[in-house]
Design a protein around this ligand. Structure first.
Ligand SMILES: CC(C)(COP(=O)(O)OP(=O)(O)OC[C@H]1O[C@@H](n2cnc3c(N)ncnc32)[C@H](O)[C@@H]1OP(=O)(O)O)[C@@H](O)C(=O)NCCC(=O)NCCS
Length: 180
């Protein structure tokens, strides 16, 4: 399968509407309707100083959407969606490896990249692990579900120096100060 990445262009708005409305996206909050999506595009949440969005093209077809956020912050974050038709074929892992390389190359000052997902999103958690992201935080009951349920939120990150050297710096979990 040939995989390409293409920055979202202003003329892609209707393709974006079609892509986002084609799947239910249970792990994403927010109302999904065409006008709301068009308004979000117009407001710059997909492309401005803080945000960039890319299509992931599989054999030329729009299979995935990668949104990079907090780009003016020392820790950029990302959101990833693979169309249900294309899931389970390695595109999620390819997307995270690509966006990690893109961010570290494009923004020399950033030291880390972070992503968050819902605790029960087993596929995304597998993608983070496969791409050498390390679990850094477990936010209990931080993610309200659309049906009134509440979920834990899990944060993963990769450090530039680990990415460059292929190493893994563990989190210093046992750092509570000793009693005086
Ligand atoms: C999460 C998502 C991006 C993964 O993309 P994908 O192309 O299916 O991922 P890949 O094929 O590269 O890898 C999927 C991994 O998850 C694993 N996986 C898939 N479903 C799983 C499940 N229900 N339980 C456990 N692991 C699962 C696969 O085995 C694979 O891991 P492996 O390489 O260790 O075998 C995609 O499913 C998606 O877009 N989901 C809806 C949107 C979403 O949840 N986005 C993340 C928001 S933070």
């Amino acid at each position: 399968m040939r995989i390409d990445y293409q920055r979202l262009a202003p003329e892609d708005t209707e393709a974006l509407v079609e892509f986002l409305l084609a799947d239910p996206w249970p792990f994403h909050a927010g109302v999904q309707n065409a006008d709301a999506i068009r308004q979000r595009v117009a407001s710059g949440v997909y492309d401005d100083a803080d945000n960039r969005t890319f299509w992931q093209l599989a054999d030329g077809e729009r299979a995935g959407l990668i949104r990079l956020t907090d780009l003016t912050d020392p820790t950029p974050m990302f959101d990833l969606r693979i169309s249900s038709k294309w899931r389970g074929r390695g595109l999620g892992k390819a997307a995270v490896r690509w966006l990690t390389e893109y961010l570290f190359n494009e923004f020399p000052e950033i030291r880390r990249v972070e992503g968050q997902t819902r605790r029960d999103n087993a596929a995304m958690r597998a993608v983070f692990r496969a791409c050498a992201y390390v679990k850094e935080a477990h936010y209990r009951e931080a993610w309200p579900g659309p049906d009134g349920s509440v979920h834990d939120c899990i944060a993963y990150a990769i450090l530039r120096r680990d990415w460059e050297t292929g190493t893994t710096t563990p989190v210093a979990w046992d750092d509570e100060p000793a009693r005086p």
